[in-house]
Write a protein that binds this ligand. Structure first.
Ligand code: GLA
Length: 454
């Protein structure tokens, strides 16, 4: 009987796949072409209209139809789905090195990621930001790597990263020039995407400088289609700074989108996230909640509050740890932005803390939000899977203080008792029947996971 049932299920699945016209990838990339010429992620399950795929390893379906309209009334999808079911994690060159990057730096950093537990903690994307290119395209209009900075070329670098079990990320810009003045992608979208695919690129960050009067949604759609046509699964990280409110429309196009101008290694510069450059992480944090961005994030479509400054000079240890805590509360992409070659053990410990990363990578994919905003004290909550909650209390005052938290002040916890674990001190603190009280240094946090008590 059991065997018969299994046979029946197998038959039905086969017929369903055949009707859909899905065929296995001929080139081994795992990319399947569906009946409408669109590209389906392996195992893509039905979408919920946002282009997001929920759950892991769903049954084979067509994913989003591409090229010429959505499938059965679903909206058109412009991205390879299912590549970022939890926020992508990795390292990016920009925050510390700017345009001063080269092959040796990338290889040394990648080796540290692979050997110091960072890869095991989830950091796999190594992203070359601006200035990896030669100043001009070649005579055929192709982008070329700067021959001095990257003498072995990009294919070799990609192979090196892959040999360490890491993934390869690269940067360009939707305009005529990148922000640092290198050749942009405008008018070259399809050939560039094919080139990236031929180099083994897994992740493309696409910036928004020098775009003139171009429409952001149309422009990123074009590049999304170009990436799909290149037939290699590549994450699209949109870097439009939130100007055209990408959270309202970018979910079918990109796996993540920037929400503000650039971050700096400061707690706050009082821009409240509106400044072009030079926002402190607290300014960016304020911006997320003011715009109620939490409603737009979820598996495969994330708000990106920018690469991290954790471990960089302008932050105290407490500010770095709090910054990391909040990026995890936001379900933010976790892109390290520090010089890993000189990182202290304390910072490595923060960046690889499994309990805190688990908040970020929780499969439910909910972005946390601010619930209490008082002079000197903020309390944020994030819903987790299995009825768990994360709670983060920030000391926003300039002094070290004893902070208290009455769990009854958090309405979402009402009617239930939870066990409380302090994630930085690694202590179990009893249950939510007892209020919390503890000393928190200036700009640090107390961070908790709450689990329903039996
Ligand atoms: C913009 C982006 C940054 C970085 C630089 C590179 O400012 O927002 O993240 O990519 O360009 O020039």
């Amino acid at each position: 009987m059991k065997k018969l049932m299994i046979l029946l299920i197998l038959c039905v699945t086969t017929i369903a796949l055949a009707q859909d016209g899905a065929a296995p990838s001929p080139d081994g990339t795992g990319v399947r072409i569906n009946s409408r010429g669109g590209i389906a992620a392996p195992g893509a399950a039905a979408t919920d209209g946002t282009g997001a795929r929920r759950g892991r390893g769903g049954a084979g379906g067509a994913g989003g139809g591409v090229f010429g309209g959505g499938r059965r009334g679903q909206p058109q999808v412009y991205k390879y789905q299912g590549l970022a079911l939890t926020p992508p994690m990795g390292w990016n060159t920009w925050n510390t090195f700017g345009t001063n990057i080269n092959e040796t730096l990338i290889k040394e950093t990648a080796t540290i990621i692979a050997n110091k537990g960072l890869k095991d903690a989830g950091y796999v994307y190594v992203v070359l930001d601006d200035a990896w290119m030669a100043r001009e395209r070649d005579e055929n209009g192709q982008l070329v790597a700067d021959p001095v900075k990257f003498p072995s070329g990009m294919k070799a670098l990609g192979d090196f990263l892959h040999s360490l079990g890491l993934k390869f990320g690269i940067y360009n810009d939707a305009g005529t020039r990148t922000c640092a003045g290198y050749p942009g992608g405008r008018g070259h979208e399809y050939e560039d995407a094919r080139l990236y695919a031929s180099w083994g690129v897994d992740y493309v960050k696409y910036d928004w400088c020098n775009t003139g009067s171009a429409n952001a949604q149309e422009t990123y759609r074009t590049f999304g289609l170009a990436l799909l046509a290149a037939k290699r699964p590549m994450i699209l990280s949109m870097c439009e700074w939130g100007t055209a409110k990408p959270w309202e429309w970018a979910s079918p196009i990109a796996h993540l989108w920037r929400t503000t101008g650039d971050i700096q290694d400061r707690y706050s510069t009082n821009t409240r996230g509106r400044g072009g450059y030079g926002n402190g992480w607290k300014d960016i944090l304020d911006r997320q909640t003011e715009q109620k961005l939490e409603q737009y994030a979820g598996p495969d479509h994330w708000n990106d509050p920018d690469m991290m400054e954790v471990g960089n000079r302008g932050l105290t240890f407490a500010e770095s740890r709090a910054h990391f805590s909040f990026w995890c509360m936001l379900a933010a992409p976790l892109m390290m932005g520090n010089d890993l070659r000189i990182m202290t053990d304390d910072i490595l410990k923060v960046l690889t803390d499994k309990d805190v990363i688990a908040l970020d990578q929780d499969p439910l994919g909910k972005q946390g939000y601010r619930l209490i905003d008082e002079e000197g004290r903020e309390v944020w909550v994030k819903e987790l899977s299995n009825g768990n909650w994360a709670v983060c209390m920030l000391n926003d005052s300039p002094a070290d203080v004893v902070m208290t938290l009455a769990w009854s002040d958090i309405p979402v916890l009402a009617g239930k008792t939870y066990k409380v674990r302090d994630l930085w001190s690694k202590k179990d603190l009893g249950t939510t029947k007892d209020n919390y009280s503890g000393s928190v240094v200036t700009h640090d946090v107390a961070l908790f996971r709450l689990t329903p008590a039996e």
